[in-house]
Ligand binder design. Structure first.
Ligand code: IMO
Ligand code: MG
Length: 422
């Protein structure tokens, strides 16, 4: 069974935790898009791991973890992440793979990401990791890929060609001194040596497996509304975060995808700029941010918080082909007197049930809420669905009804055992 797991909101839905839980049954865990703008948190016992590039399944011994061709890789970040695994005694040497075709984030991508952001009138609030410029070069057909690091002659040519154009742009547009060829060349060839044993044709590896006998888990990064096509453009990331991206970003054909699981928080968060119809007001927003510890795992930025938005979540179910839902951070809603679900928007007196593409409409849309009774703090004694407070169960039943997909997992804490399977 090959499963794609996607974020249904604006990222940070708790994908890392769910991937870790599902990894137990998988043979391969594969990242298919995004880069180290992602921050996937997995808690094992007392220890917290945050993965930016390595699939969150790596903590399970024996699972093969791949970084697919659709991912953009900052080699310095990958190096540090591998060192961290080593330090923690996690053996990955024979079960970690990187696609030959994955594009590399170069130093100029990071600078450009930050410089462009300073020039923009409407800031996107990027993570500044060079993601957008790296994907832009991929589409511009001047990107440098993992496989190039294994061929110094080709790498040298490509890097020279890039610097010729980029250094001029840096000087003329951004008054930046530009980049030294030798320095980058040497540094990146070092990375090549370091990663040599892991770089391979991952599409061949993944398609060589018989889906009746082995299970592939595809780990989405970001979320549906950060998707380059379907998200709240231009306040999005530069990759296809929706389930379709899993095929493009791995070389696993669509006919081999058996199921898509969507992950969403029991409320909504967003980090960075852009429309967010159900965003809380300042005081309650701060209260919920502290309660849910809503600070970015990558940049540490405070996340914006709001009520559950069924309009966007329903759109997510449609775009991704989601049949099962994992609801995370349900415990953060504990202890509230009332909870709300946005069931539609209102704009110029009209009721809007589908996600609007018109930017002004989206920005000015007022949420229409269904209010429900809250539930008390449930502590950590809850281990089955029936032990959840009746009001919490009613809330989940309402989500299930609105989204027309089955809730199969509910997370009520960061640890592995705080997961209810239905
Ligand atoms: P995970 O995988 C939340 C947001 C950034 C910014 C926008 C564009 O942890 O859910 P980029 O650096 O990608 O060009 O930034 O996208 N963003 C995320 N927000 N979780 C993520 O990943 C994100 N990755 C990017 O904050 O608003
Ligand atoms: Mg994140």
């Amino acid at each position: 069974m090959n499963i794609v797991l996607v974020g249904m909101q604006w990222g940070d839905e708790g994908k890392g935790k769910i991937i870790d839980v599902l990894s137990e049954k998988a043979d391969y865990v594969v990242r298919y898009q995004g880069g180290n703008n992602a921050g996937h948190t997995v808690v094992v016992g007392e220890k917290e791991y945050i993965f930016h590039l390595i699939p969150s399944g790596i903590l399970h011994p024996g699972k093969i973890c791949c970084i697919g061709n659709g991912v953009v890789i900052d080699p310095e970040v990958l190096k540090k992440e591998l060192q961290e695994l080593e330090k923690n005694g996690i053996d990955f040497k024979n079960r970690f793979k990187i696609s030959t075709l994955a594009h590399l984030i170069m130093p100029y991508h990071k600078n450009l990401d930050q410089l462009r952001e300073t020039k923009r009138k409407n800031k996107i609030g990027t993570t500044g990791r060079g993601i957008g410029p790296c994907y832009a070069d991929k589409i511009n057909r001047c990107g440098i890929r993992m496989v190039d690091l294994l061929n110094p002659r080709i790498f040298s040519e490509k890097l020279k060609d890039n610097l010729k154009e980029k250094n001029e742009i840096f000087k003329k547009v951004y008054a930046h001194p530009g980049f030294n060829f030798q320095k980058i060349y040497r540094q990146y060839l070092e990375y090549g040596k370091l990663f040599k044993n892991y770089i391979c044709n991952t599409a061949l590896l993944l398609n060589g497996t018989d889906s009746k006998e082995s299970d592939i888990l595809l780990e989405g990064a970001q979320g549906t509304f950060l998707d380059i096509d379907f998200g709240t453009y231009p306040f999005v990331t530069s990759s296809s975060a929706t389930s379709g991206g899993a095929c493009i970003g791995t070389g696993i054909p669509p006919v081999r995808i058996d199921k898509v699981i969507g992950v969403c928080k029991a409320y909504t968060t967003r980090v960075g700029e852009g429309p967010f119809p159900t965003e809380f007001g300042e005081d309650f927003g701060k209260f919920m941010r502290d309660k849910g510890n809503e600070f970015g795992a990558t940049t540490g930025r405070p996340r914006r918080c709001g009520w559950f938005d069924a309009v966007i979540a329903r759109e997510s179910v449609m775009l991704n082909g989601i049949s099962e839902l994992a609801i995370t951070k349900m415990d953060i809603l504990d202890g509230l007197e009332k909870v709300k679900i946005c069931v539609a928007y209102k704009y110029k007196g009209k009721l809007i049930k589908n996600f609007p593409h018109d930017f002004e409409m989206l920005n000015k849309a007022k949420p229409v809420y269904k209010e429900m009774a809250g539930w008390p703090n449930q502590g950590d004694k809850v281990i089955t669905f029936n032990q959840l407070h009746p009001n919490a169960r009613a809330y989940l039943a309402e989500l299930q009804k609105l989204l027309k997909a089955k809730i199969t997992m509910v997370s009520i804490g960061s640890s592995r055992k705080s997961t209810i399977f239905i």
